[in-house]
Design a protein around this ligand. Sequence first.
Ligand code: PBG
Length: 327
Amino acid sequence: MLLDLPERPRRNRRFAKLRDMVRETRLHASDFVWPLFFHDLAEDLPIESMPGISRLGEKSLLGACERALKIGIPAVALFPCLDASLKDVEGSGATDEENLLFRTLRKVKARFPELVVVTDVALDPFTSHGHDGLLSACESTVDNDRTVDALCRMAVLEARFGADVVAPSDMMDGRVGAIRRALDAAGFTDTGILSYAAKYASAFYGPFRDAVGSKIGRDAICKSMYQMDPANCREALREVRLDAAEGADMVMVKPAGPYLDVIRMVKNASDIPVAAYQVSGEYAMIHAAARQGWLDYERARDESLIAIKRAGADVILSYFAPEVAAR
Ligand code: PBG
């Protein structure tokens, strides 16, 4: 039988080169930001729940930055892992000019001035309780306005020590505007703000909290009083609208894979670049299934990333960045 079809979409799928030609979305090394964990020890320490990822010593961290540039990744995001003895309830280490983050930032920018360096603005690497901010008097939640004050001081120091883009990941209200004003007042009008605008209270951050040690005992701490409810989508637009109005240069959706609808909505609603963070748990899941022989590692990895880009992400933070960029 011969069907009388005016259109046969399969014609464009016949063989590899033809498929290459009509492909709508492509990953490029320049799409990525590579998140890097580092600590104050000389040797690297593998993170068990993130195969292939370690907390890096200084030498390896600088090596990773060099590698990023070599393989065309334009940016790194720096995540310090502090010794527990340096953390306190107030996260006071966050504004210590000699803390691990600032020392490292100065070295990275001195060695690689052309690399875009992104630093988180949040207190969680520095607080003994692991929250992103300062606890309220009753200790049942995080105090918004007092936290914003600390974040502004942290962001100004990050800018001073070389951060090109500061990335508030704390989800306090009004922090983008406050940080913008603090940066401007300190003369850092050119330092950008990548706001973690739609950051969900997600179970997929588990391995990251192992990595930075922001876990208290075995239990995951609950950040639902400030991070978004995974059930909400319109609320993401509200967060994005506010952050853009307060002066964000880019907005982020996080996690990425389980929130592709949110990425698309944000993309359609805003005129600033949209970033998406493929978080630690998304990375760990693909590795875990591949280790069991249940998924083809490379195909699952690439599909997860192309989906994020297809959904509308202009910038992708991913632990897969170096292996994908280097191909
Ligand atoms: C915290 C922060 C988190 C991540 C980046 N910054 C975790 C959290 O909110 O607890 C998660 C990244 C990942 O899971 O890869 N400021």
